[in-house]
Design a protein around this ligand. Sequence first.
Ligand SMILES: *[C@@H]1O[C@H](CO)[C@@H](O)[C@H](O)[C@H]1NC(C)=O
Length: 329
Amino acid sequence: MWPLAWLGIITLCLGTTRAVPAVKDTGKAEKPKADLALYGNLDLDNYHLMLDNYGEVLDLSSYEELYNYGDLAPKIEVGTLAPHPKDLMDLPDVGDRAETPKLQPGTTSSPIHPAPIPTQAHPSCLLCLCIGTSVYCDDANLEQVPPLPPDTTHLYARFNHIGAIRAGDFTGLKKLKRIDLSSNSISRVDSDAFRLLPSLQELILPQNQLRALPDLPHTITHLDARLNRIPSSGLQPQAFRNLKQLQFLHLSDNQLDHIPTPLPQSLRSLHLQNNNIQTMPEDTFCSSQAPGQIRRELEDIRLDGNPINLSLFPSAYFCLPRLPTGHFF
Ligand SMILES: *[C@@H]1O[C@H](CO)[C@@H](O)[C@H](O)[C@H]1NC(C)=O
C-alpha cells in the first residue's frame, strides 16, 4: 500500500511540476543547474537530483531522501491528494480564478475572498502544488515569493528567479517551519522578512547572491546559506550567539575571513569550507574559562579550502569530539 501511495504522489507531483504555466518568460539565463556537488560538499548530494531527471527516477524508495521532502511522506494518503491544478481550473466553482492562473503578487493584502481560503483553493495553488500544508513551487519561473496560504508549514521554491525577499512576503505565516529558496537570484532581504516568523526552523538559501545574512528568529535550527557572496562584514557581530537552537550552520563557499563567534552550544555542524579564513582565536570552539567542558554536539567542522594552517592552533580543539577537517600542514 505504502509504495503504491508514493507512486501516485510522485506521478502527481511530476505531472504538475511539468504542467506549471510560466508566469513570465524573462528570456534571462537558462535554468539554473543544481549541480552543487561540484563544490565538494558531501551534503550537496541532496541537491543532485535535478528537475530534468524527474522522469528517470526509478528507485522511488530513495526519492524522499534525495529530494528531501521530509514532511511529505508520513502525512500523505491517496485520498487526501491535492487536485491537479489543471483539473482545478476546469472546475466550475473556481470561478474567476480559473481564468487567471497567473500569480498576482500582492494579493495577500487584498485577498479575493474575505473569508480564509482553504489551502487547496488558494490562488497560488493554481501555479504551485499544494499538498496538505506544504507548497511546492520549484522551477516555476517565479520572480517573487508568491502569496501563500495562511497555514503553510513548508515552502519549496527552488530554481526560480526570485531576486529579493520583501518584508511582507511571509507576513502572518505563523506556522511556517521550513523555507527553501535554493538556486534563485536573491541579493536583497528586507530585515524583518524572516525575523518575525515564530515557527521558522529551517532556512535554506544556497546558491543565491546574498552579501549579508538576513536577521533570523531564535527558533532557527538549520541555516544554509552556502554558495553566496557573504563577507564577514555581512554578518552582525555575534550573529549566532543567541540562536540557542541552531544545530546546522552552513556557510561554505562565501567570502568570510573569520569564524563567526561565539558559536551556540547547540551547534552540531559548522561548514565554512571554501572561504578566506586565515586565523582563529584559541577560544573559537572551546572556552578557556571552562576547560573541563566538552562540546559533544559539535562533531562536524569543515575548514578545508581556507588559507589557514590548522596546526598553528593546537589548543583550540581540546573540547571537541573530533578535529576540524582542513589543512594541518
Ligand atoms: C603550519 O604550522 C606548523 C606548526 O607550527 C608548521 O610546522 C608548518 O610549517 C606550517 N605550515 C605552513 C605551510 O606554514
